[in-house]
Design a protein around this ligand. Structure first.
Ligand code: NAP
Length: 281
């Protein structure tokens, strides 16, 4: 079995058996690990996994990953990805014996680097806030990396999340806002698309046409946003002729204070993230 120090991507956590150990193997962790293998950043044999359920362990086995128990997982990786549900962490942290120089990377919402460091007694923690688009390698991940973090650990984390999308490095004080925008924001857009699709059906379009038109609208807007040549306000203005069809629809949305509603929704998500952070310190 390769040791971490033999592996080209791992230069932290000398003596660890695997480049990456993964604690919790739900939607997010499986997407990240799959992305790393698909892009060739990691080999399946570089990764050890523990998950609570047999079903998740079977998924990890199918990817060729090494299955280990919870305690082995805690000390077998040069890097340790914490991807269990946040509310479960306080319960298991006292049972985990993590070597102090492990490159601990947490995606757990609400757990601060300070809180994790205190529970695990490790030298440094990198906090990451990706989103579920990691499943299609189109995530954006905010990474908060402290000054104490060794450069090799920092580079590893950046490469890990680049395998599933784009990485944005930010101070930890911004992570609650990031959670509200890119973490939860996917759900806001999903709700908008579900609503548009339902409206299309009510206007008499066949179900499959309603769905494909809705998806195409989103693709079109996303392509324009990615091209970066037009900001959203300019694009919106360009399809809104005075007294035209779009203007009629936007008048209804403005009447319902659509824009303010989104601001309130994002604020509620941020408040909840702050609240969760306070319970987890
Ligand atoms: N999904 C997102 O968009 C997203 C975005 C940013 C951050 N996150 C964070 O990523 C982490 C994982 O999220 P996910 O979406 O991958 O969730 P998920 O699919 O539900 O997977 C969660 C993992 O945690 C385990 N788990 C949950 N409760 C447990 C308990 N009481 N005891 C032991 N294990 C338990 C699950 O175990 P089983 O094996 O029993 O299923 C599973 O392996 C969370 O901390 C979340 O805050 C998620």
């Amino acid at each position: 079995m390769p040791t971490a120090s033999q592996h080209p991507h791992s230069s932290v956590g000398d003596g660890a058996e695997y480049t990456l150990a993964v604690l919790g193997f739900g939607k997010l962790a499986s997407a990240i690990v799959s992305g790393c293998i698909t892009t060739g950043f990691l080999k399946a044999s570089d990764v050890a996994v523990w998950a609570r359920s047999d079903a998740r362990m079977a998924q990890a086995h199918a990817l060729g990953l090494k299955l280990v128990d919870m305690n082995t997982c805690a000390h077998s990786g040069a890097a340790l990805l914490l991807s269990i549900k946040p509310q479960f962490f306080s319960e298991i942290a006292p049972q985990l014996c993590v070597p102090a120089n492990t490159n601990v990377i947490s995606v757990m919402a609400g757990w601060t680097t300070e809180g994790i460091q205190a529970r695990l007694k490790v030298n440094h923690v990198i906090r990451a806030m990706p989103n579920v688009a990691a499943q299609v390698r189109a995530a954006v991940t905010a990474l908060s990396i402290t000054k104490e973090c060794p450069i090799t650990a920092r580079e590893f984390a950046i490469k890990l999340f680049t395998c599933v999308g784009r990485v944005e490095q930010l101070h930890e004080s911004h992570l609650d806002a990031v959670t509200a925008i890119s973490g939860s924001g996917i759900a806001y857009l999903c709700l908008f698309m579900e609503s548009l699709e339902r409206a299309a059906i009510q206007l008499g379009l066949p179900h499959e046409v309603a769905r494909s038109l809705t998806n195409d609208v989103l693709h079109g807007v996303a392509a324009s946003a990615s091209a970066g040549t037009l900001d959203m306000a300019t694009l919106r203005a360009s399809v809104t002729s005075p007294h035209g069809t779009t203007a009629a629809a936007l008048a209804v949305l403005n009447e319902g204070e659509f824009s303010q509603l989104i601001t309130r929704a994002a604020q509620a998500a941020k408040n909840r993230a702050v609240e969760l952070g306070q319970t987890h310190t």
